[in-house]
Write a protein that binds this ligand. Structure first.
Ligand code: ZN
Length: 84
């Protein structure tokens, strides 16, 4: 698990925390940081929803089952949004 030392997490950290967040694997503190970031960052909120939808469309798999390739695809998608 990531150890977050900075007060505010940045988008890259938020992206890396998404699966842990959906698994409920974050500490309460990291979870709160993550949610605080999402409130301030529509891009990351949209990214989280995208992952949630992907998991649902895939038939209710656990975030753990997301392949590295799928995670990479979503990260690429996210980067495209960011660059628009
Ligand atoms: Zn963000």
């Amino acid at each position: 698990m990531l150890s977050l030392r900075r007060k505010d997490i940045v988008c890259q950290q938020a992206v890396e925390l998404v699966t842990d967040y959906l698994e409920g694997a974050l500490s309460r503190r990291d979870r709160r940081r993550f949610e605080t970031h999402l409130k301030a960052c529509p891009n990351c909120a949209a990214y989280l929803e995208q992952i949630r939808m992907t998991i649902q469309l895939a038939g209710g798999i656990e975030p753990d089952d997301l392949s590295p390739e799928a995670t990479q695809d979503l990260t690429d998608l996210y980067r495209r949004w960011r660059s628009e």
